[in-house]
Design a protein around this ligand. Structure first.
Ligand code: SAM
Length: 299
């Protein structure tokens, strides 16, 4: 129900605006946060960033950015909101420079999909690359330094995590399981950036096509909480089957209330298979209302 409603809204946006502006439309319903000045003190992310960066960096992050150029296109945000968004992304980027994965931060932010134009040190930076770098740092801890050759992601949004992992692990292949319209969006995005033979896109009904023991890293970021308990259990069982001998990385809301389906999902209630060996289960940095956890799945 929950995603059915959102999917219809996203499909309407796609027919109105096309794919070229997915990073400033659909992405804002996936994992790109629309930071507003008026919500600064209610936002746990902004409080976290302000308390983890030196005031000298606040001043540096506040300096001006080009707010009226063509790059902003038809984004209906006031100048103040644009300015504040740049400030927050620069603070996040500074945090990621200290705590995130360097190789991810060194990847260029693709112009594909119309990124929101935030610049730092002469380059385009983005909230999504910064968040991915922080998540990849945690995934590397789970992988014990082993580069994964086969990655599976459930609920990939437009493909921000896939972009980072395919970029830093050039020998890896990537399978996405998702529903419409996200699966069409990530297919559109990723097939422009990577060889098609590294990519596979599956509907939830096609998961039997994934071989047992074939995945080194299975990932779900902010996707399980919007499913029914039965769907969550099926995806965790899928990970158990296909990522045997590999690692699982989960980053989900600690608690999420889905009014439409009358369900509250709590991280600690997920039916994690007992045989999985936890590497860590911890409060996520920045998005502190999320839990991030990694497990080794014994063969
Ligand atoms: C909040 S978005 C997160 C996107 C992405 N993980 C990220 O961090 O950018 C949730 C994702 O879960 C997907 N999703 C929802 N229900 C699903 C289902 N039953 N099976 C697979 N994916 C699903 C949505 O289509 C969307 O891609």
């Amino acid at each position: 129900m929950f995603w059915q409603g959102l999917s219809e809204e996203h499909s309407r946006q796609l027919s109105e605006h096309g794919f070229e502006s997915i990073k400033r439309r659909q992405a804002l319903r996936y994992f790109t946060w629309r930071w507003k000045w008026s919500a600064t003190f209610r936002s746990e992310q902004l409080r976290y960033l302000l308390s983890h960066r030196h005031p000298g960096e606040w001043v540096h992050a506040w300096r001006s950015n080009d707010l009226s150029g063509d790059e902003w296109g038809d984004l209906e945000w006031s100048k103040l909101e644009r300015h504040f968004y740049c400030f927050a992304v620069r603070l996040l980027w500074a945090y990621a420079e200290d705590h995130g994965d360097r190789e991810v931060l060194d990847l260029p932010e693709p112009l594909t999909g119309g990124p929101i134009p935030v610049h730092e040190a002469g380059r385009l930076i983005s909230q999504d690359l910064a968040n991915s770098s922080i998540e990849v740092e945690a995934m590397r801890r789970a992988l014990d330094g082993q580069p994964p050759r086969s990655i599976l992601e459930v609920g990939a949004g437009y493909g921000r995590t896939a972009y980072s992992l395919l970029g830093i692990f050039p020998d890896a292949t990537y399978t996405i399981i998702d529903i419409e319209p996200a699966i069409s969006i990530s297919r559109w995005y990723l097939t422009q950036l990577f060889d098609e033979d590294r990519l596979r896109f599956l509907a939830p009904t096609e998961v039997d096509q994934i071989d047992d023991h074939s995945v080194d890293l299975a990932v779900s970021i902010s996707s399980l909480q919007e499913m029914t308990a039965d769907q969550v259990a099926k995806y965790l069982q899928l990970f158990d089957r296909v990522a045997c001998g590999g690692a699982v990385f989960l980053k989900q809301w600690k608690s999420w209330r889905n009014d439409q389906d009358d369900v509250t999902m709590r991280f600690e209630e997920y039916p994690i298979p007992r045989r999985w060996l936890p590497r860590f289960v911890e409060r996520a940095p920045v998005q502190t209302r999320f839990v991030q956890a990694a497990y080794v799945v014994p063969s």
